[in-house]
Each structure stands twice: as C-alpha cells, then as structure tokens.
Design a protein around this ligand. Structure first.
Ligand SMILES: Cc1cc2nc3c(=O)[nH]c(=O)nc-3n(C[C@H](O)[C@H](O)[C@H](O)COP(=O)(O)OP(=O)(O)OC[C@H]3O[C@@H](n4cnc5c(N)ncnc54)[C@H](O)[C@@H]3O)c2cc1C
Length: 355
C-alpha cells in the first residue's frame, strides 16, 4: 500500500464542489487538497454514519437556464474592487455592501419600492442587511417575524449585522407568520430610527466595519414593506450573483495585505488566491442562473474560507487583528460548514453506485 498523501473521504466529499467550479475553472492540486482536508474535518456524525462514500456522479448540463440580470450597479462594484486593491477592504466595506444591497432591491423590489430606496440613497442614507437571528440558525427558531394579521405586526431581533448600529434603514429577513417562508422587509428610515441597536463586538477591518444587533417591534407595519417581486428564487439568484464579487473583493484585500507585509502567501495560499481570482471572475461572467450556480457560488466561498484559515493557522498572518478579520471573513456569508453541508445536501443522491 502506498502512503503518498491520500485523503479518500475528503476527496469524495469535496468532489461536488470541485466539479461544480470545474465546469468553468479546473482547480489545481493545492486547492483540491485544501478542500479535501476541510471536507474530512467537517464531516458530521450523520455523514460518517450513513455514507458509503461512493463517488458523486456528474449531474450533467442544466436544462433550465435563467438569464441573470446585469444591473448597472455591477459596474460600480467592479470599480470598487479595484479600489480595494489600492487601499484594502475596510474603507470601502460599507459602500461595497450597500451596492450589493441595491442589487438585492433590484431583484426583489417593485418599481415603487426601488424608487423609494433610490430616494433614500440619493439623500445619503445607508442600510443594513439583517439575516442572522438571535433565536438560532434554523427558521423554526427565529424570533423575527411579520404576522399575517391586517395590519401585520413586525418583530425584529437580529444580531451581528454589518453597520446595523449606524444605519438609517434596514433590509431585514423575517419569517412570514408561522410558515417557514422567509421575506425581506424594507424598514423605512423613520421606523428604523425607533429600533434599539447596539454594537455586537469590536469592529473589524481597522475599525471600519462594526457589527450591530437590532431589535424592534412595530404593531402596525405596512404590508408594502415586504419585498415580494422575483419570488422565492430571488434570494438564491442574489447570493449566486453577489458571492463571486465578494470573493473578488476579498482577494484584492488579501493582496493589499500582502503588499504591506501584513501577511505572507506560501505556495498553497498563492495557488489558492490565483485560483479564487480566476474562478470568481469566470463565475461573475456566467450569464445565467442554473442548477450549478448555487453550488458554484458556495464552493467559491468555501475555498476562500479555507484559504484565509490556512494563512492564519500556518502563522502567515502575524497581526492579531488581521487574523481576526480573516477568520471573520471565513464566517460571513457562509461558513465552511454551511457551504459544505448545503452542497452535500443538494448532491448526495447523485452517486455512481456501480463504482
Ligand atoms: C464579519 C461578519 C459580518 C457579518 N455580517 C452580517 C450581516 O451583515 N448580516 C447578517 O445577518 N449576518 C452577518 N454576519 C453573521 C454571519 O452571517 C453568521 O456568522 C452566519 O449567519 C453563520 O452563523 P453561525 O456562526 O451560526 O454558523 P455556521 O457555521 O453557519 O453554523 C450553522 C449551524 O451549523 C452548526 N455547525 C457549524 N459547524 C459545524 C460542524 N463542523 N459540524 C456540525 N455542525 C456545525 C452550527 O452549530 C450552527 O447550528 C456576519 C458575520 C461576520 C463574522
């Protein structure tokens, strides 16, 4: 038996993520090994008990392809990524997430709602996007809800939302009544001003990016605050569109840190950063949303998370705050476990049983 480096369980479970991205950008060996190591570490009890670890099968071309909108704001996002390369992510983070927020409104707002938000933005107001709920990760545990009464009652209890402590209005994801259907709710400035907010902890990125908790109850909310256009698929489309741009911005930030001697890229990290850069750009250039899009966006985020963690655990980031920032990036918008688990769930039935 050969004892060259092998990781059969990790290789198997990292397979669907690498295959999804391999549809446009083949990963080098260093990235494959990084992801396989992560998959083996993240394998949970249900997987190790129930899995027979047969290889995953190629799921083939997508028959349904939905053209992705290309809102004008994407130009501004691309330009901002160039600025991140020059000055780091911190000073641009609020504007970056603000622009992503406007992509979301574009995908899920009515013309009236879009016009309303445009008016607020033109007046220099800023928003927070609050999804993480104090109740816990499962929708059944969420405390934030819009009731089905007329008029509806809105209850918000959110944690860890970027800039929530200094925002003027909110895009807040809540449960609709007792159903598990989530809805983004646009909380207008006058109402958001009544919310109780506080800092969740020390700010990230040299003080530029605070996270805040936000709590409020509105007895007579307006049903027109709910963003309903685009249907339930709009949040999937939004995340598939947004994540590759976030990865590009984070790659630019890491390169900026490297230029300043605040981190060092070893051979694995260099290969991973080069791969992320190319794969994220290829993903952003993909003109449609299809059955691979979510896996591709989550695979990118998973590889990025593992790259930042690789830098930290291998002593390549000497500053404690920089290390904290990089670890935080590995949690926001999808932790490794979350990405791994969701890709696994979507693919676990596609197996090559003859192998
Ligand atoms: C810098 C930063 C910015 C953020 N900005 C926002 C924002 O603007 N808005 C917002 O709403 N949220 C924001 N967040 C919150 C972020 O999205 C959360 O970190 C995210 O919701 C993940 O939640 P989680 O930590 O519960 O972990 P996850 O790791 O996603 O865990 C989800 C669930 O899986 C379980 N789990 C995790 N790992 C394992 C494992 N190995 N095996 C088995 N089970 C596991 C956990 O116990 C948990 O139940 C931000 C976070 C950071 C760090």
């Amino acid at each position: 038996m050969s004892f060259d480096v092998t990781n059969p369980i990790g290789d198997c479970l990292a397979g669907p993520a690498l295959a999804a991205l391999g549809r446009h950008t083949e990963a080098p060996d260093a990235v494959r090994q990084l992801l396989a190591a992560s998959a083996a570490r993240l394998t949970d009890s249900a997987m190790v008990v129930e899995e027979d670890f047969h290889p995953f099968r190629d799921v083939g071309e997508s028959r349904v392809k939905t053209p992705l909108p290309q809102p004008d704001v994407l130009h501004a996002i691309r330009a901002l990524i160039d600025e991140v390369r020059e000055t780091g992510f911190g000073p641009h983070s609020a504007r970056f997430f603000g622009l992503l927020g406007s992509v979301m409104i574009d995908l899920s707002g009515t013309e009236t709602q879009k016009a309303r938000v445009q008016e607020w933005v033109d007046a220099g107001l800023t928003a927070c996007f609050a999804m993480t709920d104090r109740g816990g990760p499962l929708a059944t545990q969420w405390l934030s809800e819009i009731s089905t009464d007329t008029p509806p009652r809105l209850t918000v209890d959110k944690v860890w939302s970027m800039n929530a402590n200094r925002s003027d209005f909110g895009i807040i994801i809540v449960r609709q009544g007792k159903s598990m259907v989530m809805a983004p709710v646009l909380v207008p400035p006058g109402v958001y001003a009544t919310a109780e907010t506080c800092l969740s902890g020390p700010a990230f990125f040299d003080g530029h990016l605070p996270l805040g908790d936000v709590k409020m109850a509105v007895d007579q909310a307006d049903p027109d605050w709910v963003l309903r256009s685009g249907g339930p698929i709009s949040s999937k489309v939004f995340l598939s569109l947004a994540r590759p741009f976030l990865i590009q911005a984070l790659v630019a930030h890491v390169r900026w840190l490297e230029d300043r001697g605040r981190l060092r890229l070893d051979a694995v990290a260099s290969a991973a950063v080069a791969y992320l850069s190319e794969a994220a750009r290829n993903q952003s250039a993909k003109p449609h949303f299809d059955k691979h899009s979510e896996d591709q966006a989550m695979a990118l985020k998973w590889i990025a998370n593992e790259t930042w963690l690789h830098l930290v655990v291998n002593g390549l980031v000497p500053g404690q705050n920089d290390a904290r920032d990089l670890i935080s990036l590995s949690k926001m918008e999808g932790s490794s476990y979350r990405c791994f688990f969701e890709i696994y769930q979507r693919n676990k039935r596609f197996r090559d049983v003859a192998a």
